[in-house]
Design a protein around this ligand. Structure first.
Ligand SMILES: Nc1ncnc2c1ncn2[C@@H]1O[C@H](COP(=O)(O)OP(=O)(O)O)[C@@H](O)[C@H]1O
Ligand SMILES: O=C(CO)[C@@H](O)[C@H](O)COP(=O)(O)O
Length: 460
């Protein structure tokens, strides 16, 4: 039977139709989302339809989507305003205020994260402070994947979510499985209805043509399911976000906020560290050099391994990890010899990878044993990224054949819900190309250079 997996991510909606028995992709569709950090949820619905996600004929559907988006609905279940997305940093002052109110230790202990602008709870606090009339009308708060699942059900019945996405809100604990309505109320100024948190293989409802709807998941948890992530592996996803995550059997507590204690989509945990700047740094640098992504790759791979000392701190949209919402990018080490298009291209690649290497170190510091990295996301299609990653990360990097692993994971979840089995279907893991560290000395010097630059420019 055919199942459908959806990835409604920041920049686009991807839809896969998959054979539920073999995991073979039968059809694929994609449609763009509007640019920007606030989006009318109807745009997600239109893109889903354009990508073939509402065509019908599937036995079951799973929805994966970008995490944290604030879909605030009134008592008629209409959005009170466009959804604020994970990469919108306007709620940074509210994040700081919430952290001050309850303490970083308090947040990390109670909901497994420390507020930064990305999380839903800070967006609700922003709404209460800056759009009080809208805040007063909020009767229910959903996440992007919740809202799409509910729309696919025709808006019938109580909306649902899953542990993985709920754990990114700031008012749900992956450790306890409970909502913290007190924290939501502290942010929004009043309580609101929240979606029922379903078990990993639960059925959320069905579409008008009888397709079962799975619980759905946050995009990174869906990717872990799509990859068949194993202990000892970490995923580095270079999409709009730079997400670094691994499977864990128990929650983590990080009062620094660098690692969030999210849940995965199988009943376990998914400690995760996320940078706001990832693939778009490469696109912006290519534009600055008057070339395209292929041209950037060619330039970067012909540069000196350490970019001739050129150092790009790529905080082009502010940054989430480290929590520098108001930061801008910095280009250091400018000498006449270093200032070449090749070195700038290479510096953009190294800047993205160093931020992700720091995130990997944070995961290790919180118990993740990482002996290989699975590199996915659009940015993993870059040859320059693939070749440099094992040196910068210090471990072998496996690049699975390019595919939409978030949507594949959502499809696997749909097949699981359809089967009613205790475990998800054992679909074959994707073939991967292995890239080994060259064992040179420059990566250690490079990482030290980035840390020194970040400390000098941004550490308070
Ligand atoms: N060959 C490539 N080199 C570098 N970046 C790439 C390449 N192909 C795609 N990308 C980038 O990948 C991003 C899309 O990746 P994706 O994982 O789909 O993002 P998201 O899931 O956040 O929407 C775009 O920013 C695009 O520029
Ligand atoms: O905020 C996070 C994870 O905490 C991001 O991973 C978002 O979920 C967006 O993902 P992409 O659009 O980059 O896939």
């Amino acid at each position: 039977m055919a199942v459908v997996g959806i990835d409604s991510s920041t920049q686009s909606c991807k839809v896969l139709t998959v054979d539920d028995d073999t995991g073979r992709v039968l059809r694929a569709g994609q449609a763009p989302h509007p640019d920007g950090t606030e989006v009318d949820p109807e745009a997600w619905w239109r893109a889903l339809a354009d990508a073939g996600g509402t065509a019908g004929g599937a036995a079951a559907i799973g929805v994966g989507a970008q995490q944290h988006g604030m879909v605030a609905l009134d008592d008629a279940d209409r959005p009170v305003r466009p959804a604020l997305l994970w990469n919108d940093v306007r709620s940074a002052p509210q994040a700081e205020a919430l952290t001050e109110k309850y303490g970083a230790d308090g947040w990390a202990a109670s909901v497994g994260l420390v507020p930064v602008a990305s999380y839903t709870v800070t967006k609700l606090a922003w709404l209460a402070e800056h759009e009080p009339a809208h805040a007063a009308r909020v009767a229910r708060v959903l996440l992007p994947h919740d809202w799409l699942t509910w729309r696919l059900r025709g808006g019938r019945g109580e909306p649902t979510t899953d542990r993985s996405d709920a754990s990114g809100t700031g008012y749900f604990s992956a450790a306890t499985g409970d909502y913290r309505h007190d924290l939501l109320t502290a942010a929004l100024g009043h309580d609101a209805a929240l979606p029922t948190v379903l078990a990993p293989a639960a059925v959320a409802g069905e579409t008008a043509d009888g397709a079962l709807l799975a619980a759905g998941a946050g995009d990174n948890a869906a990717a872990a399911l799509g990859l068949g992530l194993s202990p000892g592996q970490a995923v580095v996803s270079i999409g709009t976000s730079g997400a670094v995550f691994a499977l864990a059997g128990s929650p983590v507590t990080d009062p620094t906020g660098a690692v969030a204690s999210f849940a995965d989509a199988t009943g376990r945990f998914l400690p995760l560290s996320c940078t706001l700047n990832a693939s778009r740094v490469l696109a912006a640098t290519a534009r600055m050099l008057g070339t395209d992504l292929a041209g950037l790759d060619a330039l970067a791979t012909s540069a000196a391994p350490d970019a001739g000392g050129l150092t790009l701190l790529p905080y082009l949209d502010g940054e989430r990890t480290p929590n520098l919402p108001d930061a801008t990018g910095s280009l250091l080490g400018l000498t006449r010899a270093a200032m070449t298009p090749e070195n700038l291209a290479r510096a953009s690649v190294l800047g993205v990878l160093c931020g992700l290497a720091d995130a990997l170190d944070e995961l290790r510091a919180h118990g993740a044993a990482i002996d290989t990295v699975l590199l996915i996301g659009g940015g993993s299609r870059s040859a320059a990224i693939r070749v440099a990653a094992p040196d910068v990360f210090g471990v072998p990097v496996l690049v699975p054949e390019p595919a939409e692993y978030v949507a594949l994971g959502a499809a696997r979840q749909a097949a699981w819900a359809l089967s009613g089995a205790a475990e998800p279907p054992a679909w074959p893991r994707p073939d991967a190309t292995r890239y080994e560290p060259a064992g040179a000395g420059w990566p250690a010097e490079l990482r030290a250079r980035y840390r020194a630059a970040r400390h000098r420019l941004h550490e308070r």
